[in-house]
Design a protein around this ligand. Structure first.
Ligand SMILES: Nc1ncnc2c1ncn2[C@@H]1O[C@H](COP(=O)(O)OP(=O)(O)OP(=O)(O)O)[C@@H](O)[C@H]1O
Ligand SMILES: [Mg+2]
Length: 250
């Protein structure tokens, strides 16, 4: 099967520092994959390379079998990959609903035949309505997006990716800055709204990772040291030593 997202031998240097040292990753269509690893391991750097924000020094990145390594971010977005940032990217002065309409409209404008199969044939308003309900912001539709709570803004951010018709989502620490209840709700929202899509997520909250991910990859000092089911990763001695904080006993 052709992976939804494939990373082959990706290396990234910044100055003399090797940030990524040959990363391989293959994510199946519809898979929810978590990328974990200590601070500074290179997780956000890898996301940035995948989304076209920077270019790797070596290696290749494919989206559904087509190379995207050297494409600009907008071109990668048009091919159906959406990335959420740590900070929200909503239009603060527009209403919640108009934010979603904008995202749906941009996607409509950028339609190609290739991508039509993912975005369906709904009108812009129908799609905005659907997403509004899906992310639980129906009651807030007329509110200026900038006045939403932090957790609501993150939900809207996810909604923008969905309204844009993305089939593959990169979420970098989607529950950062939330309390436990908000984080749990956010994970449920991600689970419900990403069904049938491919998800690659950086997340430090292990409860969230183990609840949501089909598979987990562990990045340590620019290398993937393990990939497997949450249970296998939890039991992996090298992972525990490198990341989960356990000492390895001989
Ligand atoms: N523009 C840059 N210039 C120099 N070094 C950088 C730059 N961007 C990132 N780095 C370094 O690259 C390494 C990887 O950073 P990155 O942000 O990818 O880590 P991360 O795994 O996302 O960490 P965190 O869990 O803290 O978000 C770090 O050592 C960081 O200091
Ligand atoms: Mg990061």
């Amino acid at each position: 099967m052709i992976p939804a997202l494939a990373v082959y031998g990706v290396e990234k240097r910044i100055g003399a520092t090797r940030i990524l040292r040959g990363v391989d990753l293959a994510i199946e269509p519809g898979e929810r994959h978590a990328l974990i690893g200590p601070n500074g391991a290179g997780k956000s750097t890898l996301f940035n390379l995948i989304a076209g924000g920077a270019r790797p020094n070596a290696g290749r990145i494919d989206l559904f079998g087509a190379e995207i390594t050297r494409l600009a971010p907008a071109a990668i977005t048009r091919r159906g990959l959406a990335r959420s940032f740590q900070t929200t990217s909503v239009f603060a002065r527009l209403s919640v609903f108009d934010n979603l309409r904008c995202a749906a409209m941009l996607a409509e404008r950028d339609r190609t035949r290739w991508w039509q199969r993912f975005s369906g044939s709904n009108t812009v308003d129908e799609r905005a309505e659907q997403v509004l309900a899906a992310v639980g912001l129906d009651a807030r539709r007329h509110i200026q997006a900038g006045t939403l709570s932090y957790a609501e803004q993150r939900a809207l951010d996810l909604g923008l990716a969905l309204a844009g018709g993305a089939h593959t989502l990169l979420l970098d620490e989607p529950t950062a800055g939330m309390n436990r209840a908000e984080a749990a709700r956010a994970i449920e929202l991600i689970r419900a709204t990403t069904a049938g899509r491919t998800l690659l997520m950086v997340e430090h909250d292990m409860d969230a990772v183990f609840a949501l991910a089909d598979r987990v990859s562990v990045l340590v000092q620019g290398r993937i040291i393990a990939t497997g089911t949450p249970a296998a990763i939890r039991a992996d001695a090298a992972v525990r030593a490198a990341y989960l904080g356990d000492s390895v006993r001989a």
